[in-house]
Design a protein. Structure first.
Length: 116
């Protein structure tokens, strides 16, 4: 099983960034996918969740209206489009997978840094 996040980097406030997470080794289309993030010295927090078929989506209040989660089950990939980035969005971003309940798999994460 592998979850490989990519697309992170250093951007200025207000700029966009698109993260991708490619999954392998399990039946991707059967799993809820999420984006979580963890900033230095803070607990890991949920950013967005998308159901297995993509019909149900939930966002953290802090990113509503700025971030969009989506998935392509033909490519075993989940995306996070991040617009209007703020310094407080700086964190390592992860894309865990869940078949229901606890998260079964986690990737290594990708660093997002928002700084002038």
């Amino acid at each position: 099983v592998q979850l490989v996040e990519s697309g992170g980097g250093l951007v200025q406030p207000g700029e966009p960034l698109r993260l991708a997470c490619v999954a392998s080794g399990f039946t991707f289309s059967n799993y809820f996918m999420s984006w979580y993030r963890q900033a230095p010295g803070k607990e890991r927090e949920m950013v967005a969740v998308i159901s297995s078929g993509g019909g149900s989506i939930k966002y953290a209040d802090s990113v509503k209206g700025r971030f969009t989660i989506s998935r392509d089950n033909t490519k075993n990939t989940v995306y996070l489009q991040m617009n209007s980035l703020k310094p407080e969005d700086t964190a390592v971003y992860y894309c865990p997978a869940s078949a229901g309940g606890n998260y079964d798999y986690w990737g290594q994460g990708t660093q997002v840094t928002v700084s002038p």
